[in-house]
Design a protein around this ligand. Sequence first.
Ligand SMILES: Cc1ncc(COP(=O)(O)O)c(C=O)c1O
Length: 378
Amino acid sequence: MNNRIWLSLAHMGGQEQRFIQEAFDTNWVVPLGPNVDGFERDLQEFLEKDVHVVALSAGTAAIHLGLVQLGVTQGDEVICQSFTFSASANPITYQGGKPVFVGSEPDTWNMSPDFLKEAIEDRISKTGKKPKAIIPVHLYGMPARIDQIIAIANQYDIPVLEDAAEALGSEYKGQKCGTFGEFACLSFNGNKMITTSGGGALVCRTAEEAEQTKFFATQARDKAPHYEHSHIGYNYRMSNICAGIGRGQMFVLEDHIARRREINQLYRTLLRDFPSISFHTNPNSDFNSNYWLTCIIINPQEAGFTREDLRLCMEEENIETRPLWKPMHLQPVFADCPYYGDNIEGKLFDNGLCLPSGPTLTDEDIQRVVKIIEKMYH
Ligand SMILES: Cc1ncc(COP(=O)(O)O)c(C=O)c1O
């Protein structure tokens, strides 16, 4: 049996253990500490904007704390992109809020500004209240049409919480994803651009918001010598050990971005003669995806096979691939949530597949994947 090719494996650059060792040597084997501060500074620098980053235990925790600070409470509606992972929407329900899902546009696969506008107006007319926040997602690293989304949000004075969990290093009009919204979430889960084994961050606009985030992330302790609480708090901070991995990973982040883009390019070159296969592609030069995962769409009528046929063949050859995210408006758990869109994302889910894309993939691995696709045509 050939060795397994995984969808997106973590890759350690070698510096990670230095920071972990330092934490052990100085007995900072606790939550918080110099690695957390250092990792936050590194991320701030990387984002090249005047932002304040707070390292947390997960990207999901980041979205949750963003919503807490935007004042989302029981009965509030929050608009969320339908085409995403459930972690974008789940935190809305932690606050007792209700997700309102918005469909995608065909080129970026992200939130359609037109459907967003329709959703806002319809919710106002139906409930008499504005949605409390908007969560667009830069899915698979592809930047959303974030300037149009923010222009609409501003028109109605609704804050934007950007889900940039998959988009570290992606840019829209030369500006890094994660620096556009009132808040933004990053993820350092095992399969992301860099990992801290598990972790995330909330990108804030101001130092005050960052302080507030830290306050909520560490059990919301009021200033007092004893334990005094006037808010509900959470235990969401990143540990000094995990942040040590993150600091080490910052040394390879640029390489990871470059390699994922290179892998994407190699797939395109090797599959250029198969018109029944199309790629998730930067629509124009305003968009610069990190190509976290290379995604293809199969036209089953033209190709003579479906994405599930291909996925099963890959599995037989010990290659991990995955269907695209199943949209939230089609998930049983969100069946009673409003949806505004034309189900483009449902069709993408039916016909789309994520190909192995991790930074440890060799060119030979990619050729092995492509050979299976070629075989499907015979
Ligand atoms: C789009 C999206 N949002 C949010 C998350 C949540 O991040 P985490 O797994 O770090 O909680 C993920 C990844 O897992 C994601 O892909």
